[in-house]
Design a protein. Structure first.
Length: 139
């Protein structure tokens, strides 16, 4: 029950933050959806940092609230899909393709950077016997 409440609270905060970004950087059907790109890249980076720094020591309710709740509502794949369809419908195929590539490259890059920067210093020298998302990013 604590995890559910944490997801609800995190979702409330993440959705509000997302709305603020959408109001500040509105997406146009015939332009680069900068707001959506920004929240997805920032969200991937922050989640990478959290997985590396917070997840190993955090309670399940905190991981649920920050991950699925806050960052799950802040970032969204559906916004990418809608932007791509709107761009394609407006005849901006090259823009849609570029936006898709930017979203994937910057999103994966931000997640990898967050994991790498958030990795505890001792993890650079020591490797545990278990596999964790922190080990996905090579030194």
């Amino acid at each position: 029950m604590r995890e559910l409440l944490a997801v609800l609270v995190g979702g409330f905060v993440g959705t509000g933050l997302r709305l603020l970004v959408d109001l500040a950087l509105p997406n146009a059907a015939d332009g680069l959806p900068l707001g959506t790109l920004l929240v997805n890249v920032v969200g991937a980076f922050v989640l990478g940092l959290l997985v590396a720094q917070v997840w190993p020591h955090a309670a399940a309710w905190l991981r649920a609230g920050l991950g699925a709740g806050l960052l799950g509502s802040f970032t969204t794949f559906s916004a990418i899909a809608v932007s791509l369809v709107a761009q394609a419908h407006a005849g901006a195929w090259w823009l849609a393709a570029g936006y898709l590539v930017l979203s994937l490259v910057l999103g994966f890059g931000a997640a990898a950077l967050g994991l790498r920067l958030g990795r505890p210093r001792r993890a650079f020298r020591e490797r545990g016997s278990g596999v964790s998302p922190i080990d996905w990013v090579d030194e």
